[in-house]
Design a protein around this ligand. Structure first.
Ligand code: MSP
Length: 652
């Protein structure tokens, strides 16, 4: 897709990517977010790769089902559309989607272009009036053939379609069938992945019929009136598809001449026919060059194993997920744990597992380890290295990475592209562990080697962060900031040495990826006294050698007093403490229930880690952690400060 070579043809350096425009009869869910994240990933990837990129998304606001939804909510259809369209825009905002435009089909700029195209096709005699009887699925907003039904029901909406007979205007779609079939045959990259191309070719091997492009206004009053017959409104799909060019100000707009037809449409598999058959034939009939490529994604499935949808009520809310884990984590997860083109199951626990493994352990840990050594041994200045034979594997892998990643992105294998980058991060971790810079630091004669290892890992992280930027724009920038670095693009990652020795790294930073617990869903057993998983504890142990005074001084410990304690419903090990920290009162959830009764804790002084990032445990926000130690018998005892020390005192 990004391909400079599609079907052997050299593409221009322009890249226009679109998502479907979303129906406003339902709130945005993670299934919608998926295509939008993929689109944003592609836009940013191409921009960093030197393309002039443009990214469009928006909302589809006409048609029967939107009208019905507005009626059900007893509100004016446009007000209803305003409301939900805004929610989509907000969702893309929290997910850091960098769309250049957001089109709404109720906007005048869109209606104008729909009118123009209708007129052109009508004047060419490609539209006629006829009576039609068929099976109509309101969910899909289209007539269906018997063959498309399973047990008499629409596969996507699990509803039988209605039999309808009405007078409509028809577009002579069949006239363009053979032309389209040949185009798809001759351009293997036009519809991808191949399975969907084959599906369309088999549709085109049978008669596709003509397309009803109007609805009687008396039945569906919510739509764009036909320019030649005010008793009919435009069929919602004919109207909606045109968004891809109305947003570019077809026909005279600069954006249109700049980006069309270098356009790449991203869709879900349920709207394949509309994009692969209706849209190119409409464009052809209107005398407009057709789009470059159509990339078809599978569905995100809910916990019940069914396509996530409002109708089935099994949706994951992108707002909630982003609030809990941050937009970069959600974006990364959606790209890394799905295979584009196929259905994928998604869920919060899977997100947490992926986050902890790839982001917290492999990437975040490496960054904090290299930073700690730079702060401790080089006064926060990145040193100059002297490369040796043993550094070559890391160097070659780093500068070869974009060459491996680009073709994977071009062929829609996003998870493999990210896996290549993470494999490089794991290589950097191995290199770091094998070279053991904390040991090198102890020997006077190993100082140059120490400098080289730290330089190489820093340079590796520079390349990693640049390549991860399309997936995780914020964290990528944070990685570079934590290393005192600025921004780069893909032409800066093909050689080693982009980091300038002498660069100063900041003394204090926020943890890149704090470890997460799927506490909202976790069972009792997964909550241990320290609420730190085994793996993290192991990491901490490995890192004991390397905690600098700077690292340690970032932890704020304060004397606190327990005001009251109570059991946490449904969690045997947890107590909810309300503590006085001097300046304020906090809630802390602690796994000390097996050793303390709530009534024994009131008025006790404890030591609290008071600047710990808040975490939700069993739905309670815990704002800190109390310190405890194990006695020889495996019992846990709270650490108590001397009586004379006032509440709120800093522990030094
Ligand atoms: N309005 C039409 C598209 C018109 S484009 C000119 C439409 N809207 S939709 O809101 O129902 O769906 C928009 C996109 O979201 C579709 O590509 C659909 O496949 C996708 N998804 C909706 N639920 C989804 C999942 N559970 N998983 C992945 N994508 C899903 O169709």
């Amino acid at each position: 897709m990004a391909n400079q070579l599609i079907d052997g043809v050299k593409m221009s350096e322009k890249f226009y990517v679109t998502t479907p425009i979303y129906y406003v009869n339902a709130q945005p869910h993670i299934g919608h977010a998926y295509t939008t994240v993929v689109g944003d990933f592609l836009k940013r990837f191409h921009e960093l790769d030197g393309f002039e990129a443009y990214y469009l998304t928006g909302t589809d606001e006409h048609g029967e089902k939107i009208y019905q939804a507005a009626i059900e909510h007893e509100i004016d259809p446009l007000m209803f559309c305003d409301e939900i369209s805004k929610r989509f825009a907000e969702a893309w905002n929290v997910l850091d989607i960098s769309n250049d435009d957001f089109i709404r089909t109720t906007e005048a700029r869109h209606k104008k272009v729909v009118n123009q195209i209708l007129n052109t096709v009508y004047e060419n005699d490609d539209i006629y009036y006829d009576e039609y009887e068929g099976l109509y699925c309101v969910g899909c907003e289209r007539f269906m053939t018997e063959k498309e039904l399973v047990d008499g029901m629409c596969v996507d909406h699990k509803q039988p379609p209605e039999r309808r007979r009405e007078g409509n205007y028809f577009f002579r779609m069949e006239k363009y069938q053979e032309w389209l079939r040949i185009h798809i045959e001759e351009n293997p990259g036009f519809i991808r992945p191949t399975g969907y191309r084959n599906e369309v070719l088999s549709m085109l091997n049978q008669s596709i019929g003509n397309l009803s492009i109007s609805r009687p206004k008396e039945r569906v009053p919510w739509g764009i009136e036909l320019p030649w017959d005010s008793e009919h409104v435009t069929y919602v799909w004919f109207d909606a598809l045109i968004n891809y060019i109305s947003a570019l100000n077809f026909p005279d707009g600069e954006k249109f001449s700049n980006f069309w037809p270098n356009s790449h449409h991203l869709i879900g598999k349920d709207i394949l026919k509309a994009h692969a058959v209706f849209w190119p034939t409409i464009l052809k009939a209107a005398g407009i060059p057709i789009y470059q490529s159509l990339s078809v994604g599978g569905f995100l499935m809910g916990k019940d194993g069914q396509k996530m949808s409002k109708t089935l009520g099994n949706v994951v809310d992108p707002f909630e997920l982003t609030k809990a884990y941050g937009s970069d984590a959600v974006r990364y997860y959606l790209l890394k744990d799905t295979v584009f083109g196929q259905d994928s199951s998604v869920g919060e626990n899977m997100l947490v597992t992926r986050y902890n493994a790839d982001l917290a352990n492999d990437l975040g840990n490496l960054l904090s380890r290299v930073r700690a050594l730079l702060l401790r041994h080089f006064k926060a200045i990145i040193p100059e290295g002297k490369q040796e034979e043993s550094d070559q594997e890391v160097i070659d892998s780093g500068i070869g990475l974009i060459g491996k990643v680009r073709p994977l992105v071009d062929s829609l294998r996003f998870f493999e592209a990210l896996e290549e980058i993470m494999a490089f991060v794991r290589l950097l971790n191995r290199y770091f562990n094998d070279e053991a810079p904390w040991k090198l630091a102890k020997e006077a004669e190993s100082q140059t080697r120490l400098a080289t290892v730290l330089y190489n890992v820093t340079e590796g992280l520079r390349i990693t962060s640049t390549l991860l930027e399309p997936a995780m724009p914020n964290k990528a920038i944070q990685i570079r900031k934590d290393l005192g670095l600025g921004d780069y693009n893909f032409s800066d990652v093909v050689s080693w040495g982009g980091v300038t020795p002498g660069t100063k790294i900041p003394n204090f930073t926020e943890m890149l990826f704090p470890k997460q617990e799927a506490e909202t869903k976790s069972s009792n057993e997964s909550v241990s006294i320290q609420t730190i998983p085994e793996k993290t504890r192991k990491d901490c142990k490995e890192m004991v050698d390397e905690v600098s005074i700077d690292d340690f001084s970032r932890i704020e410990l304060r004397v606190a007093r327990v005001i009251k304690a109570e059991k946490v419903h449904g969690a045997d090990k947890l107590l909810k403490l309300c503590v006085d920290v001097g300046a304020d009162e906090r809630t802390v959830v602690s796994g000390i229930a097996p050793w303390y009764k709530p009534e024994d804790l009131a008025e006790r002084k404890v030591i609290l880690v008071s600047n710990l990032k808040s975490a939700k445990l069993r739905g309670i926000v815990s704002q800190g952690m109390v310190l405890a130690a194990e006695d020889g018998d495996g019992n846990v005892r709270l650490i108590e400060p001397a009586d004379a020390v006032p509440v709120g005192s800093l522990v030094r």
